[in-house]
Structure formats: structure tokens, C-alpha cells
Write a protein that binds this ligand. Structure first.
Ligand code: ASP
Length: 365
């Protein structure tokens, strides 16, 4: 039996050779047979989907090693679905995702739609912060053309890599006219999830992206095509202007636990947080000393949003915490990381009054 290092190196070479062959034999701007095939712009940011195994260590790999052009060229049959154009926005693991890349993505997508350069966009992305990027873009991109964000749990060089099939399905969804008006969607593992609801639920499994409250909005597979099961057209999206520059206001997430004190809240304030999202216990709750510190923060004009560390369910106003008296906002269905994104966008758009913010958090279903 070959030692693992040799086996990994061989697999990597075989996969890279396949990618190389595909690159030589099929240019990126495919000439599809049908008249006017949908034009899909692929924006690559990195992630495991573009990752390569480290031949020195079993299971280890580096994110963002393969370009978007190589990724697209390595998926058989993609050129029959759409006319594709791939651009590289960044080459990072999504644990390093940041405002700069978000702003670059948002501006490129809006330009492509406003200048009618594309009928849809597919973003390749790491899975760790995929849901945050999806939700950020859902709030700032104007228009009804589809934006699909896709990742993979296994690197491109893995046995049974899931990237190629996920990319194929993402392009199927982005190229489908019924995808219009549904905002940003995440496509992985044969499911289509809405940007507001989707979250990563498992650290390693292929079946990791779920929408715990609402379920997927549809399904997609190579044979059956795209099947939408739910409408997401009523949700608020594209509501907020992209601020000038490339930075969002500082908003901290404070994680609640047993024996909670006020120190993490005081730390966040001393580091200049304009807002604090509480990843609370239960219905967005915390200890008396934490709630008192948050009330003091709200009195100083720092936006306080109560979310929950619980994976599923709504956070409701004025149940155990007097939100009206304390000047707090509740996140409703948004998890802490998405509540943070919305809080940043609202502050950047000049909104800080708790009543206005609460309206913005409450989705119109
Ligand atoms: N750390 C990787 C990333 O988010 C994980 C992945 O893509 O699955 O970029």
C-alpha cells in the first residue's frame, strides 16, 4: 500500500492534470449552442472550494489555491448551461473575509447588473463565513437578477470533491429565469437556501448548510434541474446603500454563558464598538450584570441588539428583558453574525434609534 503522503501527492497531481487538460481544451468564454445562453459572471474569492491538499499531511489543505477560471474549467458540461466569465476578487479562506472584499464584491456585482454585463452571478466562497457574505450582499445589491453563493466542504484535490457538483448546481440556479427576485441564494449539496435564513450547522459534513427556521427554498440536481418550493420574494432586500470607502462601523458580538459578567461588554465599548450584538442564552438573555452593562451602553448611544446563541427560533421583545425601557433591539430570526451585519449596515446608513432599527430587523414575510 502506498504511504499516505505519496497517495495525496499522486491524487493532487492527477487532479491538477485534469484541471490543466480542461483549461487547454475549453476556454472560459464558452460558445454555447443555444441562441443567447444566460451570461453568468463567476466571482472567485477563495475558500476550500479552491483548496488544495497539503501532500505532507493527511486531511490538511490550503484554501484559495485554485483560481476561479481553473475552477470553472474543471467542471464538465458547465459551458452547456451558460456563457461564463470568471474573475478573481480574492484568494482567501473565508475565515479572513473582510469589509474590503465585501465592498469589492458588491461593487462588481452592481456594475455587472447595471451595465447589463451578466444575467446572474455565482460567487465561489469559503464556507466559514459564507452566510455573512450572502446576507451582506442581499442587503445592498439592487435589482432582481440572481446572485448565488457556493462553497464546498472538501478541497478540490479531495477524493469525491463536492466543489464541481456544487458549482454546476450553482450555475443551474443562477441561469434559471425563475431565480429572479429571490435575492442572494446559497447552493450546496443539492439545496437552495435563502440568504437571510441559511447557516452552517456542521463543521465537517457535506450536509451542513441549513435554514433552521424556514427550511430550504428549493432543491437542485443535475438530472432534475431547479425546483423552488418556497417564495422569498416578500423579504426586504437591497434596502441599504453601500457606504463610501470600504469599511463598516465596528460592531462586537458578545457571547453569553453561565456566570456571565460585564467585562466582555466593557471591553467592546473600550475598543470603540458602535454597536453590541448579544449572542444571548435562550431568548437572547443574559445575567443581570451583563444586561445592566448593556443598558448603560444603550444610554450612551451604543446600539444594543439581543440575538441568541441557540441555533433556531426567534428572539422576541419584552419577554424576560424590558427592551422598551432599556432601549434594546431584538434580532428576530437573525443569528448573531447576521444581526451584526445588519447593525453595521444600519449604523452606516445613519440609523441608530432603537425603534427604527427594530423595524429594519423585522422581516416582512
Ligand atoms: N476555512 C474554509 C473557508 O471558509 C472552510 C471552507 O471553505 O469550507 O474558507
Amino acid at each position: 500500500m502506498n504511504p499516505p503522503t505519496f497517495r495525496s501527492a499522486r491524487l493532487r497531481n492527477v487532479t491538477l492534470a485534469a484541471i490543466g487538460l480542461a483549461l487547454c481544451s475549453s476556454p472560459i468564454n464558452f460558445a454555447a449552442k443555444a441562441a443567447d445562453p444566460p451570461r453568468i459572471l463567476v466571482l472567485a474569492t477563495g475558500g476550500t472550494i479552491a483548496g488544495q491538499a497539503d501532500p505532507r499531511a493527511t486531511g490538511a489543505y490550503k484554501s484559495g489555491q485554485i483560481t476561479g477560471e481553473q475552477l470553472v474549467a474543471s467542471v464538465p458540461g458547465l459551458g452547456q448551461l451558460a456563457k461564463l466569465n470568471a474573475e478573481q476578487i480574492s484568494s482567501i479562506g473565508s475565515q479572513d473575509m473582510n469589509d474590503k472584499v465585501w465592498f469589492a464584491l458588491a461593487r462588481r456585482i452592481q456594475q455587472a447588473f447595471d451595465k447589463d454585463e451578466a444575467d446572474g452571478v455565482v460567487i465561489t466562497h469559503g464556507t466559514d463565513t459564507l452566510e455573512e457574505t450572502a446576507f451582506f450582499l442581499d442587503n445592498v445589491i439592487k435589482g432582481d437578477k440572481p446572485v448565488v453563493i457556493v462553497g464546498s466542504m472538501r478541497p478540490a484535490t479531495a477524493v469525491s470533491a463536492d466543489g464541481p457538483s456544487n458549482i454546476y448546481e450553482a450555475v443551474q440556479v443562477a441561469a434559471d429565469p425563475r431565480s429572479r427576485g429571490r435575492g442572494v441564494m446559497a447552493v450546496l449539496n443539492d439545496k437552495i437556501e435563502g440568504a437571510r435564513a441559511v447557516t452552517k450547522t456542521n463543521t465537517t459534513s457535506l450536509e451542513t448548510f441549513n435554514s433552521p427556521i424556514s427550511g430550504p427554498i428549493g432543491y437542485v440536481d443535475t438530472a432534475g434541474g431547479v425546483r423552488f418550493m418556497a417564495q422569498t420574494t416578500g423579504l426586504k432586500r437591497g434596502n441599504y446603500a453601500l457606504p463610501s470607502g470600504d469599511q463598516l462601523p465596528r460592531v462586537a458580538i458578545v457571547y453569553s454563558h453561565a456566570n456571565m459578567d460585564a467585562i466582555p461588554i466593557e471591553d467592546a465599548i473600550s475598543h470603540g464598538a458602535k454597536g453590541i450584538v448579544l449572542a444571548g442564552v435562550g431568548d437572547g438573555n443574559s445575567s443581570k450584570s451583563a444586561i445592566d452593562a448593556l443598558e448603560a451602553a444603550a444610554k450612551k448611544g451604543i446600539v444594543v441588539v439581543r440575538a441568541t446563541r441557540v441555533r433556531s427560533g426567534f428572539v422576541t421583545r419584552n419577554v424576560e428583558v424590558d427592551d422598551d425601557k432599556n432601549g434594546f433591539v431584538v434580532s428576530e430570526d437573525l443569528n448573531p453574525q447576521k444581526a451584526r451585519v445588519l447593525t453595521q449596515l444600519l449604523i452606516a446608513n445613519g440609523m441608530t434609534a432603537p425603534g427604527d432599527m427594530q423595524k429594519a430587523f423585522t422581516a416582512t414575510w
